[in-house]
Design a protein around this ligand. Structure first.
Ligand code: CMC
Length: 431
């Protein structure tokens, strides 16, 4: 039998046959529009709530094979990048498609270092938040507010201008994040220190008190850098889709990043590591683990947070690296006692038919919160710690979208389920 890369469809409403090309394992949704009952008919659409089976773009940035547990940025395996690269090197890779040469990396690091300061008015802006405001809420608002400081960022069709805003965003996210935290706990803001690397500088802005210089423990600064690498991109997830969707209106990148960060804030996305920690605290001791698992399975309790993923139906490769990293961090900080509960939960879940059958494995959030907590970050900083590195991925995806000739303003269709036209009822006649 000769094979063809096409799909034959017979419309049983009309008896007509159609042949649609298959490219890269997909058919074009717009090809379905030609399938009509008559000339008046709008044509066939697909219905795909939550985009479970719809590719919205072509992308050369991140590859995931969820069944095999593979994650690669620009073709490089995530575990190898986590072992051998720095976060800024990976950000360059995501943005430019290639790992930087020594000179290119030094230039990029220098640029990022020299854009870490915020306009002094940003301090007043952050001061305007309530004393106990959630740092992720402050981050979302403040990054959006930066668009008012850089009105030239609107010129999104100018490549050099885009690049400048990208450097600014990567550079300023840690400063906004640290200042949001300092505001929440009532401590003075700490200015960036240009002598320090990306994560050491962030730790300095978070933790420095009266000392003239804050020297982060190098093991902890490196651990944070590895966590940043692991969180830098994850193809078309909820926040990245928000970045692309909002960015497709050609708004400036600060406003689009604010939208992406807002999407990340939710407990089913970047908020899950916070939920894991609350869950481990609630379980409290090893002997309560079997009972907790039983409640998850019966549906009486909550889900097993930090388990399961829309794409991974195998061990999340990021969780593997993080689990190992946790023990390196505990060498410095002392062991987080909750790790024993997490390991026991994982052991039982991976043997249990409920989880095995549904292919539920630990995801990136299962162990990361334990590290953040051991490093002294409060729980409400966890989504913020996800947003700082993810900005590199959002911006790489944004650049790719703008360069893609096939992309237009993002605008899904709907199936209308409401009333047909009906007469207006004046207010005195309404029941
Ligand atoms: N605990 C217990 N059961 C689960 C879990 C879980 N964590 N996750 C999925 N299931 C069950 C679910 O009840 C369903 O069972 P059934 O077929 O009997 O109804 C089945 O597995 C399929 O679940 P689903 O909700 O259809 O899967 P989804 O792809 O829509 O959801 C998910 C993915 C990540 C939202 C979900 O697994 C979840 O809620 N996990 C806990 C929250 C979490 O850890 N989120 C972090 C995700 S990774 C980082 C990120 O994206 O930001």
């Amino acid at each position: 039998m000769t094979t063809k890369n096409t799909l034959s469809i017979t419309d049983n409403r009309t008896g007509k046959a159609y042949e649609l090309p298959i490219t890269d394992g997909t058919i074009r949704a717009l090809d379905l529009r030609n399938i009509k009952v008559d000339e008046e008919d709008f044509g066939l659409m697909t219905y795909d709530p939550a985009f479970m089976n719809t590719a919205s773009c072509r992308s050369a940035i991140t590859f995931i094979d969820g069944d095999k547990g593979i994650l690669r940025y620009r073709g490089y395996d995530i575990a190898e990048l986590a072992e051998k690269s720095t976060h800024l090197e990976v950000s360059y890779l995501l943005m430019n498609g290639e790992l930087p040469t020594k000179e290119a990396l030094a230039k990029f690091e220098n640029e990022v270092t020299h854009h870490t300061f915020l306009h002094e008015n940003v301090k007043d802006f952050i001061d305007g938040f309530r004393y106990d405001a959630h740092p992720m809420g402050m981050l979302v608002a403040t990054v959006g507010a930066l668009s008012t400081f850089y009105p030239e960022a609107k010129d999104i069709r100018n490549r050099d201008n885009r690049r400048l805003q990208i450097v600014r965003l990567i550079a300023k996210m840690p400063t906004i994040a640290a200042w949001s935290y300092r505001h929440e706990v009532g401590l003075p803001y700490v200015y960036p220190d240009n002598d320090l690397g990306y994560t050491a500088n962030f730790l300095s802005m978070m933790k420095r008190m009266a000392e003239s210089k804050y020297q982060a423990n190098p093991v902890l600064a490196r651990a944070l850098d590895v966590l940043f690498i692991l969180h830098a991109d994850h193809e078309q997830n909820c926040s990245t889709s928000a970045m692309r969707g909002v960015g497709s209106s050609e708004v400036d990148p600060y406003s689009a990043v604010a939208a992406a960060a807002a999407a990340l804030y939710g407990p089913l996305h970047g908020g899950a590591n916070e939920a894991v920690l609350r869950m481990l605290n609630e379980i409290g001791s090893l002997d309560k683990v079997p009972d907790f698992i039983a409640r998850v399975k019966s549906g009486e309790g909550s889900r097993l947070m930090g388990f399961g993923h829309r794409v991974y139906k195998n061990y999340d490769p990021r969780a593997k690296v993080i689990k190992k990293l946790a023990y390196d961090v505990f060498e410095v900080t002392g062991k987080n006692p909750l790790i024993d509960i997490a390991v026991e939960l994982e052991r039982i879940a991976l043997e249990d038919e409920y989880f095995v059958k549904r292919k539920l494995y630990p995801n990136v959030d299962f162990y990361s919160g334990l590290i953040y907590q051991a490093m002294g970050f409060p729980v409400d900083m966890f989504p913020v710690l996800f947003a700082i590195p993810r900005v590199a991925g959002w911006l790489a995806q944004w650049e790719e979208m703008l360069a893609d000739k096939e992309q237009k303003i993002s605008r899904p269709r709907q199936i209308y389920t409401g009333h047909d036209v009906r007469p207006y009822v004046t207010i005195d006649k309404r029941g």
